[in-house]
Design a protein around this ligand. Structure first.
Ligand SMILES: [Zn+2]
Ligand SMILES: [Zn+2]
Length: 274
């Protein structure tokens, strides 16, 4: 089994989002136990298009969230603790986000597409929306939004880039052109995509993104970040061995890490033992 110590987990949530458990110290202790080099909190940025405290913190909580991460950093000086945030991309709210991020010194900002034309397609409470839907058209729309998210200039990482497969609804037609058109835009915009192990815990039972998608990333030299999307401390670093095996199979030699929104590479050979 691949040795995953020395890796980083850049996708951790906190109880502030209303649907995650445990405190930040427990996440850090778990990362320590696994021998991770760094963790990054990337809790859900306040929702701007709906009021739903089961999905994200409120805007007034953002300063306290940032302070919590900074306090944890001081308490775990040997562990790299990064300040990230996961922001929903919606065409109708994107212009409001930049000024809201401005006051804070994030190490990285993740962009996510969780909504297609106002529908929360990955929310189990909204799953009936799949009934009677043209799945290929939905996927096309999703990857169009993902391309827009890449180009909006707000983000360093695109989170769980093929989240649209979460419940296992897949088009029968070939989707490779959707991937390629989207990833041409991502490569040109110069941001990273995330390899996210949460998909393994969801009905689809597969890492985000698929091997085919990741190969298309590799062909375009798109850097990759790594995250578990942990919503409880036990999920930190979850099944990173499978993520590492996938990355190595596709030909990646390292993952990307961030400090003050500047990117560098953590090489698997140097960063990992054995
Ligand atoms: Zn969440
Ligand atoms: Zn997400």
């Amino acid at each position: 089994m691949a040795d995953t110590s020395g890796l980083v987990d850049y996708h951790l949530h906190t109880a502030r989002c209303g649907h995650a458990l445990g405190n930040m110290e427990d996440y850090a202790r778990r990362a320590d136990a696994l021998g991770l080099a760094e963790i990054g909190f990337s809790d859900h940025f306040p929702m701007l298009h709906i009021e739903d405290r089961a999905l994200a913190m409120g805007l007034e909580e953002l300063p306290a969230y940032v302070e919590d991460v900074e306090r944890l950093r001081a308490a775990f000086p040997h562990l790299g603790v990064r300040l990230g945030i996961e922001v929903d991309f919606l065409p109708e709210t994107v212009h409001r986000i930049g000024p809201m991020l401005e006051p804070f010194s994030f190490d990285y900002v993740m962009g996510s597409v969780h909504y297609v034309d106002g529908w929360g397609f990955d929310d189990p409470r909204c799953i009936e929306g799949y009934q009677g839907r043209d799945i290929f058209a939905l996927w096309a729309r999703y990857f169009e939004f993902l391309g827009e998210a890449a180009e909006c200039g707000l983000f360093d990482i695109l989170a769980h880039p093929d989240l649209i497969k979460k419940f296992g609804f897949r088009p029968e037609a070939d989707v490779s052109l959707l991937y390629e058109n989207c990833l041409d835009r991502v490569a040109k915009a110069g941001l990273a995509v995330e390899v996210n192990t949460a998909g393994l815990r969801k009905p689809v039972g597969e890492i985000y993104p698929s091997e085919e998608f990741l190969k298309a990333c590799r062909e375009r030299d798109i850097p990759v970040a790594l995250g578990s999307d942990a919503h409880q401390p036990e999920e930190v670093g979850d099944r990173f061995n499978e993520a590492l095996e996938l990355l190595l199979r596709v030909g990646y030699e390292g993952i990307t890490v961030f400090s003050g929104r500047r990117r560098s590479t953590l090489d698997f050979k140097r960063g990992l033992r054995g």
